[in-house]
Design a protein around this ligand. Structure first.
Ligand code: NAD
Length: 301
């Protein structure tokens, strides 16, 4: 079995070692002849390879796509279904890393962290007009309550938040209750939450889910966090909302046009921007790459 590896630098060496020890031929150079492409039966990608219909068309004998990580929005799933190509990802593998990171972002936003740091750099000691708030007693709204969402809810119990509201059309009330999440409709959640955090996939349905209308419904003193996918928030509308103080701040780990970040964000107050690192821990890195390999080898058996 020949496997073509894209994004080699992004794939944990242990995952490659495991493939090799199972006698899989791992090809890392992507400039292949037509005959070589005909021999490829599996490809291994991470976040930034766009597995489009046209890329898939180059590999007539492709049977498996291994995706290191969770999101599969970079893969043309319809085409895979048509050609019976199995897509193997690693659901849940990075959930704890992301959940811990989101808790950190919640606290940093509530403490006006970026404002205080910027002020210090300008030579001012303690910006007294930007006193922080505690997480205790706050209402948290989670849009998407899957692996990451419910882990966040679990961790929030320790902080004694007032309540965790959840909007997830695919999970019922009782499932959410098990994670101490109160199932709520979308509009009530964004109107009520002190912090709204997004944990859902990017699909044609969820693109621009948070736009001008939704941002206008949020409380003026509320915060927004996106560690899911850029594109779920309309960035132009978000910049407008921050400029007109419709909300108090935002933390973004993901962007519409990665790795580009709109320059307007850099000059806005109380904005935390990070380069898609919510899952970038040693623990998650290994699981994200090794889990799909293990599943793939099991399927071959
Ligand atoms: P998951 O599949 O376990 O959970 C996603 C949840 O979203 C599901 O429960 C699903 O029912 C729900 N959902 C689907 N459509 C929805 C909608 N329209 N409205 C509300 N909820 C909806 O995935 P997860 O592991 O919890 O990851 C969540 C997202 O976070 C992923 O889709 C991925 O894009 C992103 N992610 C980002 C990073 C990062 O490094 N920043 C890391 C991991 C995952």
């Amino acid at each position: 079995m020949k496997l073509l590896l894209y994004e080699k630098k992004e794939i944990h060496p242990q995952a490659i070692k495991t493939l090799l020890s199972a006698n899989i031929t791992v090809i890392t150079h992507t400039k292949l002849t037509k005959d070589q492409k005909n021999e490829i039966e599996a490809i291994f990608v991470r976040t930034y390879t766009k597995v489009t219909k046209s890329l898939l068309g180059q590999f007539p004998n492709l049977k498996f796509i291994l995706r290191a990580g969770v999101g599969i929005d970079n893969i043309d799933l319809q085409e895979c279904k048509k050609r019976d190509i199995k897509v193997i990802n690693a659901p849940g593998s990075n959930a704890n890393s992301v959940a811990e990171y989101v808790i950190a972002l919640m606290i940093l936003l509530l403490r006006n962290f970026s404002l205080q740091v910027e002020s210090l750099k300008k030579g001012n000691w303690r910006l007294l007009s930007a006193k922080g708030k505690e997480l205790k007693g706050k209402t948290i709204g989670l849009i998407g309550c899957g692996a990451i969402g419910h882990l966040i809810a679990e961790k929030l119990i320790a902080f004694k938040v007032k309540q965790v509201l959840g909007y997830d059309p695919y999970l019922d009330k009782n499932t959410l209750k098990k994670f101490s999440i109160k199932k709520t409709n979308f509009t009530i959640l964004i109107k009520t939450a002190d912090i709204v955090s997004l944990h859902l996939p990017l699909t044609p349905k969820t693109r621009n889910l948070i736009s001008q209308n939704e941002l206008s419904l949020m409380k003026k003193e509320s915060y927004l966090i996106n560690t899911s996918r850029g594109g779920i928030i309309n960035e132009k509308d978000l910049i407008w909302a921050l400029r007109t103080k419709k909300i108090s701040g935002v933390a973004l780990d993901v962007f519409e046009n990665e790795p580009k970040v709109k320059e307007e964000f850099f000059s806005l107050e109380n904005v935390i921007l990070t380069p898609h690192i919510a899952a970038l821990t040693k623990e998650a890195e290994l699981a994200m790459c090794l889990d799909p390999v293990k599943k793939f080898l099991k399927m071959l058996k």
